[in-house]
Design a protein around this ligand. Sequence first.
Ligand SMILES: NC(=O)c1ccc[n+]([C@@H]2O[C@H](COP(=O)([O-])OP(=O)(O)OC[C@H]3O[C@@H](n4cnc5c(N)ncnc54)[C@H](O)[C@@H]3O)[C@@H](O)[C@H]2O)c1
Length: 355
Amino acid sequence: MQVCDVGLEKGNILITGAAGFIGAALAERLLQEADSHIIGVDNMNDYYDVNLKEYRLAQLEKYQNFVFLRGDISDKVFVDGVFGQYLPSVVVNLAAQAGVRYSITNPGAYINSNIIGFFNILEACRHSYDGDAHGVEHLVYASSSSVYGSNKKVPYSTEDKVDDPVSLYAATKKSDELLAHAYSKLYNIPSTGLRFFTVYGPAGRPDMAYFGFTDTLRAAGKIKIFNYGNCLRDFTYIDDIVEGVVRVMRHPPERNVGADGLPLPPYTVYNIGNSHPENLLDFVDILQQELVRAGVLPEDYDFDAHKELVPMQPGDVPVTYADTAALERDFGFKPHTPLREGLRKFAQWYKEFYM
Ligand SMILES: NC(=O)c1ccc[n+]([C@@H]2O[C@H](COP(=O)([O-])OP(=O)(O)OC[C@H]3O[C@@H](n4cnc5c(N)ncnc54)[C@H](O)[C@@H]3O)[C@@H](O)[C@H]2O)c1
């Protein structure tokens, strides 16, 4: 895939989901490094503790070149207004209803944010070129490793067929890739989808296993380890995700014309994962050690009494494992933070934030 360069040093960069885990970390990294204006959008929904979203926003609001707009990407008037006022050159769409299990009880939230919301973003990108305006140079958007469903072949490659989603969440993420492809082809919008693999770290998402386990153990409850612990997960540290996203943002797929004289879609998709899956039980073991080390739990904590091995949950998959060859080839980068190092930083942050 040929790529060209987009400077991130000036202009306006729009990040949706900016109060979210990945969005806030990305925004902060860009604010530290570049003079560009970061326009952050988030609806601040209460899917998980809103205090955490406010805490992340408070870190960003220290920077003069950060603008926060509270609004919903499923609201077309709002989205068009943001694009009309700020004319972003790069758009990173991270706003979404995340989580596999919640999609069983609240399917509508996924359709609103992940389908209608993303459609509004695509339409706004399309119209950003109206009247020969320079428009959006690169649309980067979050997909997910969940699109691989119960793929038997590992590691998961973006060349694999992913037509068998096992959750509505996965179906919406795959749909986003399809919508982006159509818009790239029709309107020549350079777009890159990123399939993130289980992201973790400080100020992460309380609905994710490592965070929920920590809360439960601290409250002396019992953690449930699904599929009796026979799960392999490719855990990816937040700083690695941010590094990958920043590198990708700079290099949109090139606009080219095909033999038929029509634009070839400037469209691509990458995996961003650690490419080193860990057994869930080993993961829990390291987490326990790091929680004790950080002083979140006492040294004599009886972990065996607070663990329960339970069957697989609907929508879950037994393994996730990223093939990151394309990311390495095109961007010279591969996530590399060891699990213990990442969990240590999470445990230290948790202690400071909650205790
Ligand atoms: N964290 C992971 O492990 C992971 C893995 C794969 C994919 N992803 C994807 O990466 C993206 C970011 O994930 P995250 O972990 O930071 O999640 P997050 O829930 O912390 O962040 C998403 C943010 O988007 C906001 N939001 C949701 N719907 C919105 C809407 N309709 N309009 C405006 N804002 C809205 C939420 O309030 C939230 O702050 C999501 O698209 C998610 O599906 C995350």
